[in-house]
Design a binder for this molecule. Structure first.
Ligand SMILES: C[S@@+](CC[C@H](N)C(=O)[O-])C[C@H]1O[C@@H](n2cnc3c(N)ncnc32)[C@H](O)[C@@H]1O
Length: 256
């Protein structure tokens, strides 16, 4: 896969990197965040929703439990299998599709009322046109006036304000030191993770092309969207210069 960080997809599928993830799937693992997502979407019962890069189904399953017609798409077969298992336990009906966000199925033209893309590494492709292609594809599969909730884990403005940092992630059985840096010229944000596993120092890297909010707005417009709102996160709080990530609600413009 032509992403900036070739190893990250494997990292997500590997159980030992579960520290990247929000808590293991539970239908209401973060009720406040879920309530905020539902409020931002303002979707009517029965609406057709695509959860793009759905991973383990953190959002896909609660959406289905609320009566929406939900499709979850992800590139990782391992993560889709975990999502399917969790959906089965929750007793939901979801269409699961293994696919690439840059080339969504051709039959989906003007098909969905909403697309969600949460905790996204939007900017993960080293070729800028492929990041734009993701927005173009979402526009293609949405109906006219359909809405796209795009939540991006990084915001270049926030990273500039924060400066390069060394911090750590700690949890049940892990302690990982993270070194964050931002190349001010290219906007590439790099994270180096180091941890000990049975006495051996391990290291892995993750990197992403970062954007400022106006740059994302411009990319949305190029794909045929208008941006309805920009927030600091899925909480729906206002975007600020310190926001580590950024969340956008955009609407596909009708042609003609
Ligand atoms: C950080 S996870 C976000 C998962 C989920 N949206 C959530 O909120 O928990 C990123 C996801 O993107 C998926 N992914 C990476 N590249 C992809 C691609 N080209 N097409 C579709 N999914 C992809 C990964 O497999 C992973 O599930």
């Amino acid at each position: 896969m032509n992403s900036i960080s070739p190893s990250w997809e494997a990292m997500y599928a590997d159980e030992k990197f579960s520290w990247f993830w929000p808590p293991a799937y539970e239908p209401e693992s973060d009720p406040a965040e879920l309530a905020s997502i539902l409020s931002l979407l303002d979707a009517q019962p029965g609406a057709r929703i695509l959860d793009l890069a759905c991973g383990r189904g953190w959002l896909t399953i609660p959406l289905a439990l609320r009566g929406f017609q939900v499709t979850g798409l992800d590139l990782s077969a391992a993560l889709l299998n975990r999502a399917k298992q969790a959906a089965g336990q929750a007793g939901t009906t979801i269409e699961w599709v293994r696919g690439d966000m840059r080339h969504l199925p051709g039959t989906w033209r003007d098909y969905f009322d909403f697309v969600t893309f949460t905790l996204s590494e939007f900017g993960c492709f080293s070729d800028q046109s492929e990041n734009q292609q993701v927005l173009n594809e979402v526009a293609r599969v949405l109906k006219g006036d359909g809405r796209f909730l795009l939540d991006i884990v990084v915001n270049r403005d926030g990273l500039v304000n924060q400066g390069n940092t060394i911090n750590y992630l700690e949890g049940n059985g892990f302690f990982v030191v993270q070194e964050w840096s931002l190349d001010l010229l290219t906007g590439i944000h790099k994270r180096i993770f180091r941890w000990y596993d049975q006495g051996q120092l391990q290291e892995t890297q993750w990197q992403i092309q970062t954007y400022t909010p106006p740059e994302v707005k411009q990319m949305f417009e190029q794909a045929g969207f208008q941006v309805l709102g920009a927030y600091s996160s899925l909480s729906g709080k206002a975007l600020s210069r310190d926001s580590e990530g950024m969340t956008f609600l955009a609407q596909k413009m009708r042609i003609g």
